[in-house]
Design a protein around this ligand. Structure first.
Ligand code: HEM
Length: 396
């Protein structure tokens, strides 16, 4: 069947029994038609891509735009924004070439595999310090608060050069940006506050550069406004994502004891385990693009002006791409997953995220081999942009 069905919004409803599986109604759509028509809350009829090949093709094709103001905004609960404003200055995900290329070029050299690997030793120290503090505080802590959030927070602050004395205030704003219990307005206010704070750093970084990424960027041709915007965006993009991957990744391993044992006993399995967790959890559930011209994908024509929602979680569980897709198998070679996106907007911080997770996850598993969930786990609502954990109470 191809494109005859019109689904009403992105199918929701978590699978029963497993908090990590995509909604069965979503995978059923994928299995009927990997690219299907979808009605949006504002009445627009666009598309929903759920097959791995289709999602990857659209992500890799610049005839599809990332400019927010061209999208029909699809998520339930967000209907109050039928028209999205353009991306704030410095938010490079919301730009197309050539504006996007300018920012991307400036940043690419700063996030190389080699440079991120150099951070690996520092990462081991940071996670060791957090584990010491956790051991002192527990047993009986919230893993998100005690470990999964502080580890990437320290790393992103150090990478960008947020002074130590400012970190508590900075982290308060950063946490509010992605707090699912706050209103959209409160989150926007927090983003503004973070931006004001980053702007306040600009003169000092320009005048007396220190050894950090923000100082590096201050030496470029970016305006003060662009520098503050980009700094804010990087701080926001690198924190909530990695924190939730660490917390949700730990929870997934705890629910799959044989996989926990592999990470505990086989240090060389860590890199593959992280890749598989990225595929299996796909915490950035959904992407969106708008067609700039008529484009044929998988035998169907997406017309100029139509919005396509890309279900990353359905794509990463596509049986046409991955064998036994719903099984967490940390020994699998999960190459080709789209958990970090694909194409020109593919995650810039992916090497940093990989280093963080490859060090921090096994360090936790080995320090507390008997880690267990105690009490009720609270997960984020599935329509949230980044899926993850609100609370993960653990003891050992
Ligand atoms: C873009 C996921 C960590 C910085 C993206 C995209 C995804 C993603 C899916 C593509 C968005 C799109 O196509 O529209 C993740 C996940 C992470 C993570 C799951 C953690 C496990 C990080 C870190 C940083 C970072 C640590 C570092 C600051 C960025 C930036 C972009 C981006 C700057 C925009 C790239 C562009 O538009 O050219 N990320 N990310 N991310 N990510 Fe990450």
């Amino acid at each position: 069947m191809t494109g005859e069905e019109i689904v009403q919004g992105v199918p929701q409803g978590r699978a029963r029994g497993c908090p990590f599986d995509p909604p069965p109604s979503l995978t059923a759509v994928r299995d009927r038609a990997p690219l299907t028509r979808m009605a949006f809350p504002d009445g627009h009829v666009g598309w929903l891509a759920t097959g791995h090949a289709e999602v990857r093709a659209i992500l890799g094709d610049q005839r599809f735009s990332n400019r927010y103001e061209l999208w029909h905004y699809p998520f339930p609960g967000m209907e109050q924004f039928p028209e999205l404003p353009p991306a704030p200055v410095g938010d490079l995900t919301g730009l197309d070439a050539p504006e996007h290329t300018r920012f991307r070029k400036l940043l690419t050299g700063k996030f190389t595999v080699r440079r991120m690997r150099l951070l690996s030793d520092r990462m081991a120290e940071v996670s060791g310090e957090c584990l010491d503090a956790m051991e002192k505080a527990g047993p009986g802590v919230d893993l998100l608060e005690a470990y999964a959030h502080p580890v990437p927070a320290v790393m992103i602050c150090e990478l960008l050069g947020v002074p130590y004395s400012d970190r508590a205030a900075f982290l308060g704003h950063a946490a509010a940006i992605s707090d699912v219990d706050l209103s959209e307005e409160e989150r926007m206010t927090a983003y503004g506050q973070l931006q004001e704070y980053v702007a306040s750093l600009v003169p000092a970084k320009r005048a007396t550069p220190t050894d950090d990424l923000f100082s590096d960027l201050a030496g470029s041709d970016l305006t003060d406004e662009e520098l503050a915007g980009l700094g804010t965006f990087l701080l926001a993009a690198g924190l909530d994502t990695t924190a939730n991957m660490l917390a949700l990744g730990t929870y997934a391993l705890l629910r799959n004891p044989s996989q926990w044992a592999v990470v505990r006993d086989e240090p060389e399995a860590a890199g593959g385990a992280v890749e598989e967790l990225m595929r299996y959890l796909s915490i950035a559930h959904t992407g969106v693009r708008a067609a700039l011209e008529d484009v044929e994908v998988g035998g169907q024509v997406i017309r100029a002006g139509e919005t396509v929602v890309l279900s990353v979680q359905a794509a990463n569980r596509d049986p046409l791409k991955f064998e036994r897709p719903d099984e967490l198998d940390v020994r699998r070679v999960a190459v080709g997953h789209v958990g970090f996106g694909h194409g020109v907007h593919q995650c810039l911080g992916q090497q940093l995220a990989r280093v963080e997770m490859t060090v921090a996850l096994p360090a936790l598993v080995r320090r507390f081999p008997g880690l267990r969930v105690v009490g009720e786990v609270s997960l984020r609502p599935e329509v949230q942009n980044i899926y993850g954990v609100r609370k993960l109470p653990v003891a050992w």
